[in-house]
Design a protein around this ligand. Structure first.
Ligand code: AMP
Length: 285
């Protein structure tokens, strides 16, 4: 496995691969890899000849009051995991390589990026879209793989690729969960003691919404209420939002009569967690 730390070297490698007719897949990550990331890496492996994983904790997607400084990091372990998955290139640029002094041009979206995660984390999606655009321009992937765990991010990246005509196919992988239902997240490392158990309120709420949906409930207000009851029962959990949106437009719905997503963000102790689940006829768990 090659470790590349500069954009120029990454672009040179990508150019050489393309001249040899090889398809490149990219899996962007912020590191502290878990089985969710590894599932995307395996998906990407099937889609291309050359596999690039980027490892970059992107400062521009964190607000000043957020956890950029204490975000969990373990670069040696991440590199070993990538090596074991036969990753060809680990792209691991330092912050001042991705954002040279005076960097001032950003990619943003004006509608969905202002809602839900964007409403609670102002500037978050501007940071995400900008860094992914920069990664695309560094790695030249034919396909880039993202997780459905970050459903709004996935929607916005698909929109960015369409609106800016990036020649990149976006592929999505399902959310990988612990056996008890907790969606894997690097931030789960923050959950200590009783908070780990309370964090189950997110997946329990989503499963309850799905159960009621499968039993015929289509009223989004009532489905949200059922989810809120479960969140409220966890003593250290505070809801940021609970919403049901149209899966295609990401607009909130009152009646679930087309494929939809139930989404929620909850603070459990000091840890902010997000999760989502599809509500549609025949959706798997
Ligand atoms: P992150 O390192 O948190 O920025 O995540 C990198 C990629 O992994 C993103 O596309 C996430 O959506 C995806 N991801 C994170 N957690 C999971 C999970 N539990 N299952 C599947 N994909 C995930």
């Amino acid at each position: 496995m090659l470790t590349i730390k500069t954009i120029a070297e990454m672009q040179a490698w990508a150019g050489a691969s393309q001249r040899q007719g090889r398809r490149i897949a990219l899996v962007p990550t912020m590191g502290y890899l878990h089985e969710g990331h590894l599932s995307l890496i395996r998906l990407a492996r099937e889609r291309a000849d050359q596999l690039v994983v980027s490892l970059f904790v992107n400062p521009t997607q964190f607000a000043p009051n957020e956890d950029f400084d204490r975000y969990p990091r373990d670069e040696a372990r991440d590199a070993a995991l990538c090596e074991a998955e036969n990753v060809d290139v680990l792209f691991q640029p330092p912050v001042d390589e991705m954002y040279a002094p005076g960097h001032a041009v950003y990619v943003d979206e004006d509608g969905v990026a202002r809602t839900l995660e964007g409403a609670h984390r102002p500037g978050h999606f501007r940071g995400v879209l900008t860094v992914v655009a920069k990664l695309f321009l560094a790695v030249h992937p034919d396909v880039a793989v993202f997780g459905r765990k970050d459903a709004q991010q996935l929607w916005l990246l698909q929109k960015m690729v369409r609106d800016l005509n990036f020649p990149v196919a976006i592929a999505a992988g399902p959310t990988v969960r612990e056996p008890d239902g907790l969606a894997l997240s690097s931030r789960n490392a923050y959950l200590e003691g009783a908070l780990r158990e309370q964090a189950l309120c997110l997946s329990r709420a989503l499963r309850e919404a799905r159960r009621r949906f499968q039993e015929g409930e289509r009223n989004a207000y009532l489905l949200r209420g059922a989810m809120l009851d479960i969140i409220s029962a966890a003593p250290d959990a505070r809801m940021d939002y609970i919403e049901i949106v149209d899966a295609e437009t990401f607009a909130p719905v009152a009646v679930v009569n087309r494929p939809a997503l139930a989404l929620l963000a909850v603070r459990v102790g000091g840890t902010r967690l997000i999760d989502n689940m599809e509500l549609s006829e025949g959706a798997a768990s």
